[in-house]
Design a binder for this molecule. Structure first.
Ligand code: SIN
Length: 499
């Protein structure tokens, strides 16, 4: 085994700049796979090519599934404690190499370096959490209705898992799937987003250094998402598919998985409402709005997408919000004062510009930020747009950019109806100092996750997942492990028959 990032015989990271200037390899069976056919990984801040990565296809995906299936035979019967030890070592190595991983992330994804460091820590927290949860895959004993029968359940790893991850969190979305799968005793084929494969390959190397046996984790790098996705969702050896991405692709993967009836976890799109009631604490509401909306330049599924503000607090809230938005600095994420990095690609920027134009045509007003719509760069200055209405495109779709769309409302029951008027149901936020309203509103919002007086709700310890067309299945928390376990029910007859 030759190391890609680490010095031979050590777990000391080599100079990352030096390493990034050479071609990268995918990984099957703990072997680095090179290919003459590669694709470029580019820096969205500069448009420059960072490095190249093998562009693998159907044959290599099948090979990776076979490696994972073979590894499952031995990995699935290791003890939870053995798996826990390897995961714990992996967690320590990720933490130790925070700087190199964060730097790589900013280069390939664009987010500010401080956010990238925060993501490495968030991503590592899933590995730490599931290193512990590995030891808690309890079955149960069931009181029997029949004399002599003993009823109980055991939990067993489900089998080979296909994990398909997005570009917006190149570390955390990977570890949120891999750590529980590996903890449960499953083996994995990972297809990271083509925009951000480097962090996943770094994690792979650290996993090998932590002692992960061959075939337990395999990484297919590819731009042929449809072809690779088809193999992963139809191959009979794959027992579970975990996907984070758009609702449209999630539906296709679900359809394809039907022929072999795979277990699915789908973390899909969102359209999060954020409601500020008259009795909210303005400072709390503004700081949470900023954190939720502008994390990763607005490119998160749980980002506040529609800001509803009650009439009585509207002007004071907007004034404080505008002052906070005007302090944000757009730029290359490697510069320490940058708070908003570039969008991931031209398509993402064009989509945000189209939302602004459509909203302006329908009567909305820009009150902060002058979007530089013509420039070649992928930056969008943080923008506040008011007088928004449900007819506007930005009200119906995920914005995925630093554009803050504000609506005004009068009554609690009206805003609940507006907030729920979407096919999505991932996250919702509201701000109030009234404890009765907290319960009342929380229970009526059709969302899988609710933040009350808080804009950042994701933690390894808490169940992340949506309702409606935002998908199903939970990631993180004790529920996250369940997604990779099969429950086997056993009925044992203990009656002694005497002749
Ligand atoms: C996402 O955008 O899908 C993930 C955000 C998070 O984990 O908080």
């Amino acid at each position: 085994m030759t190391y890609l990032f680490l010095r031979q015989e050590e777990t000391d990271m080599i100079d990352i700049h030096n390493r990034l200037s050479q071609p990268f390899a995918a990984c099957i069976n703990n072997e680095w796979i090179y290919s003459p056919i590669c694709f470029d990984v580019t820096n969205p801040a500069t448009g420059e090519t960072i490095t190249t990565v093998p562009n693998l296809g159907i044959a290599e995906t099948e090979q990776a599934i076979e490696a994972a299936a073979t590894a499952f035979e031995s990995w699935s019967i290791t003890t939870p404690k053995e798996r826990s030890k390897i995961l714990h070592k992996w967690f320590l190595l990720i933490t130790e190499h925070t700087e190199a991983i964060a730097h790589t992330m900013t280069l390939e994804q664009g987010k500010p370096i401080a956010e990238a460091r925060g993501e490495v820590s968030y991503g590592a927290s899933f590995v730490e959490w599931f290193a512990e949860e590995a030891k808690r895959s309890y079955g149960e004993t069931i009181p029997s209705p029949a004399a002599g029968k003993r009823l109980f359940t055991i939990k067993q790893p489900i089998g080979v898992v296909a994990a398909i991850t997005p570009w917006n969190f190149p570390v955390a979305m990977v570890t949120r799937k891999l750590a529980p799968a590996i903890a449960a005793g499953c083996t994995v084929v990972l297809k990271p987003a083509a925009e951000t494969p480097l962090c996943a390959l770094l994690l792979m190397e650290l996993a090998i250094a932590a002692g992960l046996p061959k075939g337990v984790l395999n990484i297919i790098t590819s731009t042929a998402a449809a072809a690779v996705g088809k193999v992963l969702t139809t191959h009979p050896s794959v027992k579970k598919v975990s996907f984070t991405g758009s609702t449209e692709v999630g539906k296709l993967l679900m359809e394809q998985s039907a022929s072999t009836l795979k277990k699915l976890s789908l973390e899909l799109g969102g359209n999060a409402p954020l409601i500020v009631f008259d009795d909210a604490d303005i400072a709390v509401a503004v700081s949470a709005t900023m954190a939720s909306k502008f994390r990763n330049a607005g490119q998160t599924c749980v980002c506040a997408n529609r800001i509803y503000v009650q009439t009585g607090i509207y002007y004071p809230y907007i004034e404080v919000l505008k002052a906070a938005v005007e302090k944000l600095v757009t730029g290359n994420g490697l510069l320490t004062d940058t708070s908003i990095g570039p969008l991931i690609n031209r398509e993402a920027k064009d989509k945000v510009i189209a939302f602004i134009k459509d909203a302006e045509n329908k009567g909305a007003k820009i009150i902060a930020g002058i979007p530089d719509t013509e420039a070649d760069s992928l930056y969008i200055h943080p923008t506040i747009i008011t007088n928004c209405t449900p007819e506007m495109d930005l009200s119906k779709e995920e914005i995925f950019g630093p554009l803050l769309a504000v609506y005004i409302f009068d009554k609690e029951e009206d805003v609940i109806a507006l907030a729920n008027d979407t096919p999505y149901g991932l996250a919702a936020y509201f701000f109030t100092e009234n404890v009765r309203r907290c319960y009342r509103v929380m229970e009526q919002l059709d969302y899988g996750m609710i933040g009350i007086n808080e804009g950042i709700i994701s933690h390894a310890e808490a169940p992340f997942g949506g309702m409606k067309q935002s998908g199903f299945g939970k990631e993180g928390s004790r529920y996250g492990l369940e997604e990779y376990l099969a429950t086997k029910y056993v009925c044992l007859n203990t009656t002694e028959y005497k002749n």
